[in-house]
Ligand binder design. Structure first.
Ligand code: P6P
Length: 338
């Protein structure tokens, strides 16, 4: 689609999805409608973030802690409620599961069978909100196939290859939505003057190698020796640069665009790592694999991991194929020598 053509400005998210699926089947229409709702959530959150510093009751903490024991930011609750609200009366997504809710939320109440489930992290990296740094939303869409008899979402405990779609919204200098429905990775930029997400880039491919390694080296003392050896390797070799914002979506977007690797390995305090599988690492793994990259927990592909509980964590090594393979080679070598 030619740059800055009228056609491009009219390539909205919903139209783009139907084009990709080359189908107007009920499923294609569903996905298109769901993605349009997710875009609406992104607009509402972006608007709130742009005025966060000016509005009372937006910054700071609520004083509660979420299921993870993490202190909840007011923005976490607002963003979580936005996703719930945009899917009410949608008749599409009947169940939502997020980091901010211990149990899945049903629309309407007690609806055991639905059509789609939205798995999301409404505001990832929310500690960045108070210092005006980038934050993001992460989402994945799954078909609800079985009955959720216990209301705990146990039918969701399947691997990430069950995802129909996944993506993120990055709230930075501009708001960008990056998604895949299994036909490549595409980005849409929010044009505030239009109030629309407009097609920015199609079929994004992550470079096979990149200079960036992104990790919190403050955890060095808690890492396995294999990860420490990888870190020593990049310290000694020219051509690497460290970038870490403390917000997964921004760090991930940089890796997707420039290549490199993001690591959140297991630590002494959190052997399974800090990041959640079904609404953080699995959606990003879906996206990066679609862009020609790789995502593993250091040993097996993220998309092959079957969670044992809804809020299961997983270590994450994600990015350019060559860089993820290099990290894995240190892990393999150490296992061999153990
Ligand atoms: P640490 C934010 O809290 C988050 O969930 C991700 O967005 C981010 O990548 C990670 O945790 C940062 O964790 O331990 O480096 O502060």
């Amino acid at each position: 689609i030619p740059e800055h053509s009228l056609d491009r400005d009219c390539t909205t998210l919903s139209r783009h999805i139907l084009q990709q699926l080359q189908s107007f089947s009920p499923e294609a229409q569903d996905l298109s409608a769901i993605m349009t709702r997710i875009a609406l959530a992104g607009k509402l959150i972006a608007r709130r973030l742009s005025r966060a510093g000016l509005m009372a009751d937006v910054l700071g903490f609520t004083g509660e802690t979420n299921v993870q024991g993490e202190s909840v930011k007011k923005m976490d609750i607002f963003a979580n409620d936005v996703f719930i609200s945009v899917f009410k009366q949608s008749g599409l997504v009947c169940r939502l599961a997020s980091e901010e809710m211990e149990k899945p939320y049903y629309i309407p109440e007690n609806c055991p069978i639905g059509r789609y489930t939205l798995l999301y992290d409404p505001i990832d990296g929310s500690s960045n909100v108070d210092i005006n740094m980038n934050v993001g939303s992460i989402f994945a869409i799954r078909q609800q196939t079985g009955e959720d008899l216990d209301g705990e979402g146990t039918d969701l405990l399947t691997n990430g290859r069950e995802q129909l779609a996944a993506g993120y919204i990055l709230y930075g200098p501009s708001t960008i939505l990056v998604y895949s429905i299994g036909h490549g990775v595409h980005s849409f930029l929010l044009d505030p003057s239009l109030g629309e997400f407009i097609l920015a880039q199609e079929n994004i491919k992550i470079p096979d190698h990149g200079p960036v390694y992104s990790t919190n080296e403050g955890n060095f003392w808690q890492w396995d020796e294999a990860i420490r050896d990888y870190t020593r390797y990049v310290h000694r070799h020219e051509g690497y640069t460290a970038r870490y914002s403390g917000a997964l979506v921004g760090d991930m977007h940089r890796i997707l665009m420039q290549g490199g690797v993001f690591l959140y390995p297991g630590t002494v305090k959190k052997p399974e790592g800090k990041l959640r599988l079904i609404y953080e690492t699995a959606p990003l793994a879906f996206l990066v694999e679609q862009a020609g990259g790789k995502a593993s927990d250091g040993t097996i592909d993220i998309l092959d991991i079957v969670p044992n509980k809804l809020h299961a964590r997983s270590p994450l090594i994600i990015g350019s194929k060559e860089d993820v393979n290099l990290v894995e080679s240190f892990i393999t070598d150490h296992k061999r020598r153990a």
